[in-house]
Ligand binder design. Structure first.
Ligand code: NAD
Length: 327
């Protein structure tokens, strides 16, 4: 139970999404007076909110953060805001104008409204994408962002800077969290931008050789979604402000190793097929240095990749079974 959360009113934009729904669950453990979830359900779902949608403390508002008057209704009266609504990296690349409206303009409107309505603290979902290909591995927060080439990474960095400037100008407290590669149950399985682990789980289920594009050496730092939710709560309850933190698992896993781990936890003997890479991935490595989050927020990830992949696999296969039965 966290005193700051107890009896407080909290807005979670994007709270019907993958990470947001776990943040809401984590907040509810400390008995807040009210949690408002604002989400337009372009990716979020009622299914994600199953555990709390009937809870009288939770007010779900189906709407768009680009609707400024609706956004103001949601911000007014909130003590704290988690700003998680965003487009995915590929969606920003496919439609940068929409990316601008959702990632930049709406974040600006939200920030102004937080000042106007005297919100006590904002927790902003940033991303390791701000680094592009980082200079150091493990990557500390002090690595510079000049290698980022994506609109999404640029937008996230701008969001961080926006909050910094509003702290400086209006004393709005905030913490930005740079998530690395978040995975776990409720990750997107059917959308246009489904992650590689879901495609591999389909191969395991169907007994088909999983495909690896390139030599499988590019690496990521996979952090389990419940750990990310805990980092969000730690950022809220601490007195730290005006800081950005990495949130990773501090373990570098190549795509090849990821597939091996996925096959291992599912007792599968499938042999991967390698295909020529058809896109250029400018970010060939990711590895977080979380020491700042450990020191200032007391945050440390607790779920190993194997354990996380087991939970993901179990959830995914059950979900597929249930949807096959309902057809
Ligand atoms: N998943 C990751 O690996 C990862 C990594 C780094 C950063 N992040 C960031 O974390 C946050 C949460 O990501 P996620 O993985 O849960 O993604 P997600 O797509 O599941 O969640 C985002 C939510 O925002 C909602 N949304 C999008 N546009 C909206 C709009 N205009 N108005 C209202 N709601 C809108 C979506 O419906 C969705 O429920 C995002 O800000 C994302 O950029 C995620």
């Amino acid at each position: 139970m966290h005193k700051k959360i107890h009896n407080s009113s909290i807005l979670v934009t994007g709270g019907a999404g993958f990470i947001g729904s776990y943040v809401v669950e984590e907040l509810l453990k400390s008995n807040p007076a009210k949690v408002i979830v604002l989400d337009n359900l372009i990716r979020g779902s009622y299914e994600n909110m199953k555990s709390f949608i009937g809870n009288p403390v939770v007010h779900f508002v189906e709407g768009d953060i680009r609707d400024t008057s609706l956004l103001e209704e949601c911000v007014a009266g909130a003590d704290y805001v988690f700003h998680m609504a965003a487009l995915r990296i590929n969606a920003c690349a496919a439609n940068p104008k929409e990316g601008f409206e959702v990632m930049l303009k709406s974040t600006f409107d939200l920030t102004e409204l937080c000042v106007k309505h005297k919100v006590r603290k904002v927790i902003y979902s940033s991303s390791a994408s701000v680094y592009g290909l980082a200079q150091h591995f493990p990557t500390p927060e002090t690595d510079n962002p000049y290698n980022n080439q994506t609109f999404y990474g640029g937008a996230k960095l701008w969001g961080e800077q926006l909050f910094r400037s509003f702290k400086f100008m209006y004393d709005l407290d905030y913490v930005a969290l740079r998530y690395f590669n978040v995975y776990g149950p409720r990750m997107d399985t059917d959308g246009k931008y489904t992650e590689v682990m879901i495609r591999w789980l389909d191969c395991i289920r169907d007994g088909k050789a999983p495909l690896i594009y390139g030599d499988g050496s590019s690496s990521m730092d996979f952090v389990y979604v419940r750990d990310v939710a805990k980092a969000n709560v730690a950022a809220l309850v601490s007195d730290v402000t005006d800081e950005a933190f990495n949130v990773g698992n501090c373990e570098e896993t190549s795509l090849k190793q990821l597939l091996e781990a996925l096959l291992r936890v599912n007792d599968s003997k499938l042999i991967p097929e390698f295909k020529e890479e058809n896109t250029v991935n400018p970010v060939s490595r990711r590895l977080a240095d979380n020491s700042k989050a450990k020191k200032l927020l007391g945050f440390e990830p607790t779920v190993t990749l194997e354990k996380g992949l087991q939970e993901l696999s179990q959830w995914y296969f059950e979900k597929k079974k249930a949807s096959a039965l309902s057809i």
